[in-house]
Design a protein. Structure first.
Length: 325
């Protein structure tokens, strides 16, 4: 007997940009025994799950502008909201590169930042304000520094502020009359974690999932996700520095470079990483820069919110006079 199509979603997927909401929608529709069979894979040429398939409507994807506009009065529904607060670095990279099939080259974002006018107008304006630039072709060191400033102060970082606003909207408008489940984007990184998350969703929402094809589908997902394939490169660099190992620095895009700089400045809080066009080639070069940083240049880093666990007066002064990123 052919399984029915659904005129109303059984489960609503509230996505965050680039955070695999389409893939989750696909997995639930394909794996559930309550839905008609799907045999095609959802991946397009960029690896996004954006191919048009004959979905049943059992699970349905909504991005933020759609659910805030159309679903404010939703009642009696099952809702999964995908968050990325566990991995802001992944979000910044994947949203900028893959969301809406943008396919932006995040190794060369600095060559033309005009896309930020529509992607993140606040970030674009703050870059112009802080650095007094007069065109959209900027040095790589400048864009690296702009991202680093946000990573140093995640409480005020633009994307994190927007995520908190998004969660508050859901808590204020959706939670009372619906069943809400929050999923972190990092569960997609391994088959083990994603299967466990799907099992939790199955138990909570009675999805009746069959996992016999799950492993092969997830393997294809990983093979087509270039951002995830290079995601651990920052961890490789920071671990090598921590363990005093000299290795060649693997390829890091400008956002990853900014993340490494931010983590180092948080740890070595008298050191400000250099604003130079080319990044370090080896971890020994980075270690030398940190350990040999001249005493007469060491000072309280004005970009750190806290210094020795107390409010940084230089940071507070800058906040009163400049916008944050």
């Amino acid at each position: 007997m052919e399984r029915p199509k659904f005129h109303k979603p059984y489960i609503y997927i509230f996505n965050s940009s680039g955070c695999h909401g389409h893939f989750l929608t696909y997995l639930i529709d394909r794996l559930s025994k309550k839905t008609p069979p799907i045999k095609e894979l959802p991946f397009n040429h960029l690896g996004n799950s954006h191919n048009r398939l004959a979905y049943s409507g059992f699970s349905e994807f909504f991005d933020i502008k759609n659910y805030e506009k159309d679903l404010k009065n939703l009642t009696g529904a099952n809702v999964v909201k995908i968050l990325w607060s566990n991995d802001v670095l992944y979000y910044e990279r994947v949203a900028m590169n893959r969301a809406t099939d943008a396919n932006r080259d995040i190794n060369n974002l600095h060559k033309d930042i005009s896309f930020l006018k529509s992607y993140s107008k606040g970030f674009y304006d703050k870059i112009h304000d802080l650095y007094s630039i007069d065109n959209d072709n900027v040095p790589k060191w400048l864009l690296r520094d702009a991202f680093k400033m946000g990573f140093l102060d995640l409480e005020r970082q633009g994307s994190m502020v927007e995520l908190k606003r998004d969660i508050k909207w859901i808590e204020d408008n959706i939670k009372k009359n619906n069943a809400i489940h929050y999923t972190q984007v990092d569960v997609f990184f391994t088959a083990k974690n994603l299967k466990r998350e799907l099992q939790d969703l199955d138990q909570k929402f009675a999805l009746n999932l069959d996992f016999s094809e799950f492993e092969s589908i997830h393997k294809e997902f990983l093979a087509r996700n270039n951002i995830l394939q290079t995601h651990k490169n920052t961890e490789i660099v920071l671990d090598a520095i921590q363990n005093k190992k000299d290795i060649a620095v693997p390829t890091l895009d400008v956002i990853q470079q900014a993340w490494v700089y931010a983590q180092l400045e948080k740890k070595y809080d008298f050191v400000i990483m250099p604003m130079i066009e080319d990044f370090f080639k080896t971890t020994k070069e980075i270690t030398d820069y940190i350990t040999l940083y001249p005493q007469h240049y060491k000072a309280m880093n004005p970009n750190l919110p806290k210094f020795n666990k107390i409010d940084n007066p230089f940071f507070l002064h800058r906040q009163n006079n400049k916008s944050v990123l």
